[in-house]
Design a protein around this ligand. Structure first.
Ligand SMILES: Cc1cc2nc3c(=O)[nH]c(=O)nc-3n(C[C@H](O)[C@H](O)[C@H](O)COP(=O)(O)OP(=O)(O)OC[C@H]3O[C@@H](n4cnc5c(N)ncnc54)[C@H](O)[C@@H]3O)c2cc1C
Length: 373
């Protein structure tokens, strides 16, 4: 069986950053990515990021992906694409299904001294009459079709959810030529960044706050959607219905950490709404309760590419330290700097809940390691 020092599951910003730090220090690193190229969510993010220059404000997500990939290539990180990690087994053995062509697969096992799980997140769905009709899709899936595969799945889009993902996807679909018939938000206010929302309202796109979708209608596929005002108990207000002509109902109802790999490895979890649900707990090295298995990015709780990069960086430094490539004192300084930058990133929008949830995650790790339930 093949051996390696560090195996990273998932080549998004978190995984690539972990790989870069570990490889920079001298470790041999393999990144396994199920898609045909690395970059994770970034490969479809045509918008410019905001924040600080350290976090590449002003650069488009797709370009950040290219920068991270180039850094990996220069450091001789092995990027194993079209390859799905099927499972983590005893003694850090990972089984990989590599797609060679449409019909050919190669199954390989690799044993790693250290593993980083950075598998990202998956989209939430919501149910309503007509939700299985063709044309009802996840907002992230629509973004992949449009920005990556260059296919617009419909012409008249209704977005359910005014979080940042929903808002960004609407704007990008509009740029690609689709008409946005409206954005529906059950909360009494817009849920995403105001900067994204105002770009849409300036174009005259209606944002229905305090509304939900009641029904999607159509014979073979979506043709209409019925929206209605929502009561605090989620029932709809009779007589408040609005019927909209649409051929795409996009569901932007949030994301949740993709935790299958962490679960399989036996890590302990913590639940918090601000994390997006269940997420593995970890210490300040980003090491999970399973020794030698590290976690980083959206799989540890939903945040942003910038925080994913910082968590990946910290895990890469901690791994390099534990393999003897970085002296303890230098590693401590580097990790402390990373935690400081994370604190800065988390002090912004919806920061308080995120900080509390992240603290809970660290505390839960300590509790479990002390033998608590
Ligand atoms: C529409 C949208 C807009 C956004 N805009 C911004 C923004 O402006 N600024 C910002 O900072 N953040 C933004 N984000 C958030 C940011 O993209 C994510 O937080 C970030 O990509 C998370 O990084 P990650 O590495 O944890 O996960 P991901 O980027 O999701 O990468 C995970 C990778 O793991 C791979 N993978 C999963 N399971 C396996 C497996 N079993 N085997 C092999 N590979 C696997 C996946 O294919 C994927 O490539 C946005 C997100 C979305 C959806």
């Amino acid at each position: 069986m093949r051996q390696c020092e560090v195996l990273v599951i998932g080549g998004g910003p978190a995984g690539l950053s972990a790989a870069i730090e570990a490889a920079k220090a001298g470790a041999q690193v393999v990144v396994v990515e199920t898609n045909r190229e690395v970059g994770g969510q970034l490969v479809k993010q045509t918008h410019k990021f905001f924040g600080s220059s350290r976090h590449r404000a002003g650069t488009r997500g797709i370009d950040i992906a290219k920068i991270l990939r180039k850094q990996c290539e220069d450091l001789h990180v092995e990027l194993k694409v079209n390859s799905l990690v099927m499972g983590i087994y005893a003694d850090n053995v990972v089984a990989i299904d590599e797609k060679k062509s449409l019909t050919e697969h190669n199954i390989e096992r690799i044993q790693a001294k250290k593993i980083v799980i950075s598998t990202g997140a998956s989209e939430n769905s919501i149910r309503f009459p007509g939700w299985t009709l063709p044309g009802v899709m996840g907002a992230g899936a629509i973004q992949t079709m449009c920005n990556y595969h260059r296919v617009i799945p419909g012409r008249k889009l209704l977005m359910i959810g005014s979080g940042s993902v929903g808002l960004i996807v609407c704007y990008q679909l509009m740029q690609a030529g689709a008409e946005i018939v409206g954005i529906v938000e059950a909360l009494p206010h817009i849920n995403g960044y105001a900067v994204h929302a105002s770009k849409l309202t300036r174009e005259g796109i209606p944002i229905y706050t305090g509304y939900t979708i009641k029904e999607a209608r159509g014979k073979e596929r979506v043709e209409q959607a019925v929206i209605a005002k929502v009561n605090p108990d989620w029932s709809t207000v009779p007589g408040s219905e609005i019927v909209l002509d649409t051929d795409i109902v996009a569901v932007g109802a949030g994301l949740k950490p993709l935790i299958g790999m962490a679960h399989m490895s036996g890590c302990e979890f913590v639940y918090d709404k601000a994390l997006g649900g269940w997420a593995p707990c970890h210490n300040k090295n980003m090491e999970s309760t399973h020794k030698g298995i590290y976690v980083a990015g959206d799989t540890t709780g939903l945040e942003e590419a910038s925080t994913a990069i910082e968590e990946g960086t910290i895990s890469g430094i901690a791994i390099a330290e534990s393999l003897g490539y970085i002296p303890k004192d230098k590693a401590k300084t580097l990790k402390d700097e990373g935690w400081e930058r994370l604190a800065g990133l988390r002090s912004g929008f919806k920061g308080e809940d995120r900080v509390k949830a992240k603290m809970k995650q660290l505390n839960r790790y300590d509790e479990v390691m002390k033998g608590g339930k």
